[in-house]
Design a protein around this ligand. Structure first.
Ligand SMILES: CC(C)(COP(=O)(O)OP(=O)(O)OC[C@H]1O[C@@H](n2cnc3c(N)ncnc32)[C@H](O)[C@@H]1OP(=O)(O)O)[C@@H](O)C(=O)NCCC(=O)NCCS
Length: 173
């Protein structure tokens, strides 16, 4: 069950079928997909298949996923996945539609979800793996209290290239 959470300007809520048009804009936006190991959707049918699969995974409790909602529009998404109970960790993945960047919406959303992840889900260690050359993403993480750990090279699971990930960790205080 994904809870709906509020921030000053945004609502973080479960994704739903009626988000299809906005999700297509997000997933077909080449700028939104730079640095991310995700295929750019060529049409709405592809987005629908991914949306249905995500809804199923969320329903089955495989991970948590929120729509970042600004006045009824989905402007981005954040997932909390790779939950590992052994080392008490999980990982954020996030993206914003291009027109909504540079306004602090992602930082505002992550701040709320860090609180939710640590306090409500009791996850001690929250990681972000972000491509080294992804300046925007590397810029926001330290301001949110993430600490750089190391850089690792990994082959993409969807995109055939080597990613150079900066690994950041946020720990419960
Ligand atoms: C990574 C990504 C989410 C960052 O987006 P962003 O808009 O830079 O992040 P925020 O929404 O937190 O906005 C921060 C910027 O808004 C500015 N800003 C304006 N008003 C603000 C406010 N009220 N509060 C905070 N920051 C504000 C900040 O100064 C900052 O600008 P700067 O980069 O010039 O310093 C975005 O580039 C993206 O979706 N990229 C593609 C997907 C991706 O790379 N995902 C990461 C995978 S790990």
């Amino acid at each position: 069950m994904i809870p709906t959470l509020k921030t000053d300007r945004l609502t973080l809520r479960p994704i739903k079928i009626s988000d299809l048009d906005d999700l297509f804009l997000l997933r077909s936006d080449e700028c939104a997909s730079n640095f991310v190991d995700a295929i750019i959707d060529a049409n709405k049918e592809q987005t629908l298949l991914r949306l249905l699969s995500a809804l199923k995974d969320v329903e089955e409790g495989k991970y948590w996923k929120w729509a970042i909602d600004l006045d009824g529009l989905l402007i981005g998404t954040i997932a909390l996945w790779n939950h590992n109970i052994v080392d008490d960790s999980a990982e954020f993945g996030y993206r914003l539609r291009s027109p909504y960047r540079g306004k602090g919406y992602m930082s505002e959303s992550l701040k709320r979800l860090l609180e939710y992840g640590h306090c409500d889900l009791s996850i001690k260690n929250i990681y972000v793996y972000t491509e080294m050359s992804n300046l925007k993403s590397n810029n926001i993480l330290p301001k949110l209290g993430f600490i750089y750990q190391k850089t690792v090279d990994e082959e993409g699971q969807n995109i055939k290239q080597i990613f150079h990930y900066n690994v950041y960790l946020h720990q419960e205080k």
